[in-house]
Ligand binder design. Sequence first.
Ligand code: DAH
Length: 345
Amino acid sequence: MSAMDDYLATLRELEETGSAAIRTAADPDELERVRVEYLGRKARLTQLLRGIGELPHEQRRPAGAEANRVKRGLLELLEARAADLAAGVAAAAVEIDATLPGRERWRGARHPCTLVTDEICEIFKELGFLRARGPEAETTWYNFMALNTPLDHPAADEQDTFYLDRDIVLRTHTSPVQARVMEQWPPPVRVVVPGVVFRRDPFDASHAPAFEQLEGLAVDEGISFVDFKASIEYFVHRFFGADVVTRFRPSFFPFTEPSAEVDVSCTICHGTGCSACKGTGWIEIMGAGMVHPAVFDNVGYDSERYTGFAFGMGVGRIAMQRYRIPDIRLLYESDIRFLAQFARA
Ligand code: DAH
C-alpha cells in the first residue's frame, strides 16, 4: 500500500467513525468531546492535514482536497447535531441506511366476522335492504312472545338462556329486531340486522356462548315464496360464487310458516363430501321462512294484506367457510397472529 492509499484509508475511517460519533452524541458536552477528538488541535485529522508536506509532491494537492472535504463534512454534521440537540432531538442510535425497507407498523385488521357482516350487508343493499340494530338485553316479549314463541317453548327455558331479570334476557337471536323494526316503520320494509346473540351453549370447536348473527326481513304486499327463494339465491351466488347450489329443506320456527333450513353446496369439496361438510356435500347457512301472520298481528301489521320472508344466519359459521377456519374459538380469542391474517394489504 502506498503512503497515499494509507492516507486516504485513514481519512475514510475518520470520516466514518467521526460521523457516527457526532450523530450519536447524546448531549452538548459529549458533542464537544467528539469535536475535540476529531477536529481539535491534536486530532488525527488535524495532524493528517499538517502532514501533507510529507507526501510525494504530486499527491499533496489531491490528499489535501480530500482531507479538507472530510473536515468540512464533519464540521457541517457537528453544526447540525448541535442544532438538533438544542431542539431536543434524541440521539440517532445508528447511522441511517436509506436503502433499508421501512419497518411496517401494525395498523390493525377488521375481524373476520366484521368483514363477512359488511360483505353480506353490501350484497343485500343491492336488493334494497337497509341496516338496522337492536338491543342485546331484550325483553322476553320481543325475544320470544312477539315472535309467536310462548314462554314455555324450550328455547325460552332458563337453562338455555341468560336471564338478567324475570322479563329481560340477553337476546338468544337477532329475530326480535324484526318486531322492533316493524313497530317503528310501516310496510314495506327491508332490513338486515347484524348483532351478537347469547346462548348457554358450550364453548367448543363449533359453538360459542356469544356469537354474531345476521337477520333479514322483507315485508310488502305480494311477497311470495318465489321472491324469498330468488333473494336468497341471489345472495348465495354473490357471496359464495355463481357455481354454488342452494337447497331449501323444510323446517320449523314459530315465527315463520312455512319454514326452511337453507344449505349451500360445500365450497371446499364442491359437493362431493369432505370433513368440513361432514361428508354430506352441504353446509347449512341459515334458518328462514315466510313471516308467520301471528308476528304481523303482534306488531300491528295487517296480516291479510302483507306477506314477507325472514332469515337468520350465523356469521361466524359463514366466516369459517369463507376463510377455512377450523375452530370457532379462534374467532373469539384476541390472538394477534390469527387476526393479523385479515389485515388488508
Ligand atoms: N332466529 C333463528 C335462530 O336463531 C334463526 C332464524 C330462523 C331467523 C328463521 C329467521 C327465520 O328470521 O325466519 O336459530
